[in-house]
Design a protein around this ligand. Structure first.
Ligand code: ZN
Ligand code: ZN
Length: 139
């Protein structure tokens, strides 16, 4: 969120001082706070939609084979089990957040990490350059 948007958001807040509102990051609609689950940044409607999409993607995507390794960190299922919380398997059904297209299976931490870069190839390339530059200094 840019600083302009943030300001706008705070203004909205002060205008609607009687009913607390929050802006959904998905549909960008301003909704009363009880339309959101406590820690969520998207409204319940969008959250449910996302969950339906995820479930659908799981159904249409065959599960990875037993000897599958994470294409990013190279870890195997046995290295990963339990990392994603009790009931989750080792793999995350990763999809493009813009188009909803299935991209592949990743481990939970790699999925979170590329999400942390906003799925931005540009940022990730810069991250590599940044690390390489610093690596050379130490060698
Ligand atoms: Zn929403
Ligand atoms: Zn991984």
């Amino acid at each position: 969120m840019g600083s302009d948007q943030l300001e706008l958001f705070e203004n909205f807040h002060s205008i609607d001082s009687d009913t607390e509102v929050k802006t959904c990051i998905k549909c960008k609609k301003k909704k009363p706070i009880d339309s959101f689950r406590a820690t969520r940044t998207e409204c319940r409607t969008c959250e449910n939609k996302l969950e339906r999409e995820r479930r659908y993607l799981r159904e249409i995507t065959p599960a990875p084979p037993d000897d599958y390794v994470c294409p990013i960190c190279g870890k195997e299922e046995k290295d990963l089990l339990g990392r994603g919380g009790k009931n989750n398997g080792a793999w995350v059904n990763d999809h493009n957040h813009e188009t909803g297209d299935f991209r592949g299976y990743l481990c939970h931490s790699c999925n979170r990490n590329i999400g942390g870069f906003g799925d931005s190839i540009k940022c990730l390339r810069r991250a590599i350059k940044y690390l390489e530059k610093n690596d050379k200094k130490h060698n």
